[in-house]
Design a protein around this ligand. Structure first.
Ligand SMILES: Cc1cc2nc3c(=O)[nH]c(=O)nc-3n(C[C@H](O)[C@H](O)[C@H](O)COP(=O)(O)OP(=O)(O)OC[C@H]3O[C@@H](n4cnc5c(N)ncnc54)[C@H](O)[C@@H]3O)c2cc1C
Length: 317
């Protein structure tokens, strides 16, 4: 029986959605190894988090009470010690800024291979087959890792688990070496644009260079407001400083998977498509019928956005 240890994530007192997605990913692997799924909750209000994470398919939740927020050294030490105690076959972490900070360090400390940004994981109990994307999402590769391994999972690739579980909640007394803690969190500074996380939006109204100038952005914001949607964009809009970086969809922006993605004046360059091709329904508004975005759109509106967008806004208001 070989177990899976999945590390959950929180920020500023809130569990992040990926914590529930990693339960699904971990459960699938645990089913395939015939083992149990263990979760780790480190720092913050661990008991409160553990209650919320007690979902179907989780056998045990290990809480490590130490500090409020993420700290590289605390996480690395706690996970390494949990691994020594539980001897799981696989350690899963979110492919987030935090996960990418500690997962390689944990793998290094344990002398295990690490595979990052996975979008699918399978095992026959011996070999982990990890799927990743390359070349801006044009190619999927499978990586085979023998034996124990550390993997980070891309958010929104697995559904969130639900259903109340009956996991045991166990406080883990990690022996944190304070002398080895080299960093601390002194506060938070919001990036411009506030707390908006476009990867969690159900409907995105996305604007591209077809909008021509910054003064026209409110046209898009009006449509988003009428739809109860969130505004996102292609990279040139961010590069121009018309919207903050956290709104950028794509290879060097965020990967999004909304129910509806409305691409307005966006050509559909491969680096953009890499970030939004997982959307359920894609609507494209473009004057160029040969724009690549038209090929992947479920609904393609071949027309001028300056006519179409106000008409749509009026319709939905
Ligand atoms: C390493 C690297 C990473 C990158 N990462 C990203 C990324 O993360 N995200 C990203 O988006 N890009 C990224 N890019 C840039 C990418 O290659 C494209 O340049 C960019 O996506 C183009 O943005 P766009 O579609 O808004 O603009 P354009 O390609 O200029 O397209 C504008 C579109 O608007 C249409 N249009 C014009 N006027 C109107 C109108 N009045 N009504 C309707 N339609 C109109 C045009 O027909 C055209 O299709 C990256 C590039 C590199 C090299």
């Amino acid at each position: 029986m070989t177990d899976v240890l999945a590390i959950t994530e929180h920020r500023r007192g809130e569990l992040r959605d990926v914590s529930y997605e990693i339960i699904t990913a971990g459960r699938q692997l645990a089913d395939e190894t015939g083992g149990d799924l263990h979760l780790a909750v480190i720092s913050g209000t661990v008991d409160e988090f553990a209650e919320k994470l007690n979902r179907d398919g989780v056998e045990a939740i290990h809480t490590v009470s130490y500090g409020e927020e993420f700290n590289h050294d605390v996480y690395t030490q706690a996970i390494t010690q949990l691994y020594d105690e539980l001897a799981p076959q696989y350690v899963l972490a979110p492919n987030s800024v935090n996960g990418l900070d500690y997962a390689p360090a944990v793998a290094n400390a344990l002398d295990l291979p690490v595979v990052t940004d996975t979008i699918d994981l399978e095992t026959d109990g011996e070999t982990l087959i990890a799927t990743r994307e390359m070349y801006g999402g044009k190619v999927e590769t499978t990586n085979e890792l023998e034996g124990e391994a550390v993997a980070t999972i891309r958010s929104t690739e697995w559904p969130q688990s639900d259903g109340t579980g009956d996991a045991s909640i166990e406080a883990f007394d990690a022996d944190i070496d304070e002398d080895a803690i080299g960093s601390s969190v002194n506060g938070f500074e919001e990036v411009a644009g506030g707390d908006v996380d476009i990867s969690e939006a159900d409907v995105l109204v996305s604007v591209g260079r077809g909008i021509e100038e910054e003064d026209n952005i409110p046209l898009i914001e009006d449509l988003a407001e009428a739809l109860g949607a969130t505004v996102s964009s292609s990279r040139p809009i961010v590069d121009n400083g018309w919207l903050p970086k956290n709104r950028q969809v794509g290879q060097s922006g965020k990967v999004v998977t909304p129910d509806v993605y409305i691409a307005i004046g966006i050509s559909g360059a491969v680096q953009h498509v890499a970030g939004m091709k997982g959307s359920d329904t894609i609507v494209a508004i473009n004057t160029d019928p040969n724009a690549p975005i038209m090929d992947i759109a479920d609904y393609a509106i071949h027309d001028d956005l300056f006519d179409v967008v106000p008409a749509l806004t009026e319709e939905f208001q």
